[in-house]
Design a protein around this ligand. Structure first.
Ligand SMILES: NC(=O)c1ccc[n+]([C@@H]2O[C@H](COP(=O)([O-])OP(=O)(O)OC[C@H]3O[C@@H](n4cnc5c(N)ncnc54)[C@H](OP(=O)(O)O)[C@@H]3O)[C@@H](O)[C@H]2O)c1
Length: 322
């Protein structure tokens, strides 16, 4: 199936020296990460918690994010099943109404969604299921295409060749500009990439001071190797790095000390930590507070030096690095 339309991450993706890798769909350039050929900055807006308010409030929230310089808006077909939502598809429907009510907004954002979770199954990435899921997402969002379509969780019983075939079909019909994965191991990602004729744009792992696995499980190494853009979900640990729930006191103390030094609160330190990785992850944040959103955008620009990030890792893990 692979052809030469674009390099695959496991192939010879061209690099541009110190400025990073460039790819057809996802890339890290001198100006920052790009998805579907558009710059996305270091903070993306996550719509998992886009529930429980009226459309005007949701619209003001998205508008505030865009005005703060946020471009990437990430949702999923399954969002709406929790956080007080009304069911599968509800968050996409809400975002669709927000986009319909604000002419021009659609073109100002890099719109990302995900499919492949089917409550009760729980995963189905067969070609038929993914094709229908994406078509349904477009209907709910009221758009003719999304900029990024992601496989939400790996379907262990879908052959990656079949998944890739579905994604290529959606891409060739103009329904998706770029494709990505979420919660995939490196091996699962490589297996999919091997069957894609174009570059994988993104991978979306959980990554934060509350969940450091991508530093060592190969996920961020794969991004460094190939130019796949990491989208870090729950960069504040879903709020726990702020509230302190279930977080080591030593980490909270270290975050407070770093914050005092850099003029940041703990949320800002959490974001600056995610932003510090050389693969330039995009932190997908979920706060519903526009002031907090703006603060997180500013925090992503704060540089933490090596000794600071290693100190935070040691505090998070409770053991000194060798
Ligand atoms: N691929 C996946 O499987 C997956 C899984 C989970 C999430 N995600 C993505 O990641 C996105 C973000 O997830 P998340 O909402 O868990 O992210 P998060 O940014 O780590 O957590 C957001 C939570 O932190 C709270 N918070 C408390 N103090 C805050 C402060 N000072 N600043 C900012 N937030 C503060 C927010 O509450 P307030 O609203 O009150 O500020 C909100 O409830 C999702 O919307 C989704 O796009 C993906």
């Amino acid at each position: 199936m692979p052809d030469e339309r674009a390099p695959t991450p496991t192939g010879a993706t061209p690099t541009t020296g110190a400025t990073g890798a460039t790819g057809a769909s996802g890339a890290t350039t001198a100006t920052g990460p790009e998805v579907a050929g558009r710059p996305v900055g270091r903070i993306g807006l996550g719509c998992w918690r886009m529930t429980g308010a009226d459309d005007a409030t949701h619209g003001a929230w998205v508008g505030a994010a865009v005005d703060a310089g946020i471009a990437l808006v990430d949702t999923a077909d399954v969002y709406g099943l929790d956080w007080g939502g009304t069911g599968f598809g509800a968050c996409e429907e809400t975002l669709g109404r927000v986009l319909a009510a604000s002419p021009g907004l659609r073109d100002r954002i890099v719109l990302a969604t995900k499919g492949g979770i089917v409550p009760g199954v729980p995963y189905d990435s067969s070609a038929v299921a993914i094709t229908h899921a994406c078509e349904a997402s477009l209907r709910r969002l009221g758009v003719d295409h999304v900029d990024l379509y992601q496989i939400h969780r790996p379907d262990l019983f879908a052959h990656p060749e079949e998944v890739a075939g579905a994604l290529v079909g959606l891409h060739d019909r103009g329904l998706v500009r770029a494709v990505g994965v979420s919660n995939h191991t490196v091996a699962q990602t490589r297996a999919l990439v091997a069957h894609l004729p174009f570059a994988l744009a993104t991978t979306q792992p959980e990554y934060s001071l509350a969940h450091l696995d991508p530093l060592r499980d190969g996920t961020l190494d794969l991004c460094a190797e190939t130019g796949v853009v990491p989208l870090a979900w729950s960069p504040l640990g879903g709020g726990r790095l702020v509230s302190g729930d279930g977080v080591r006191p030593a980490l909270l103390a270290a975050m407070t000390a770093v914050g005092d030094e850099h003029g940041l609160d703990r949320a800002g330190v959490a974001i600056a930590f995610v932003a510090a990785h050389p693969t330039r992850p995009v932190a997908l944040v979920g706060t519903r507070d526009p002031d907090r959103l703006r603060a997180l955008v500013d925090a992503a620009a704060v540089h933490l030096d090596r000794s600071t990030v290693y100190g935070l890792i040691e505090a998070a893990e409770g053991v000194p690095l060798p």
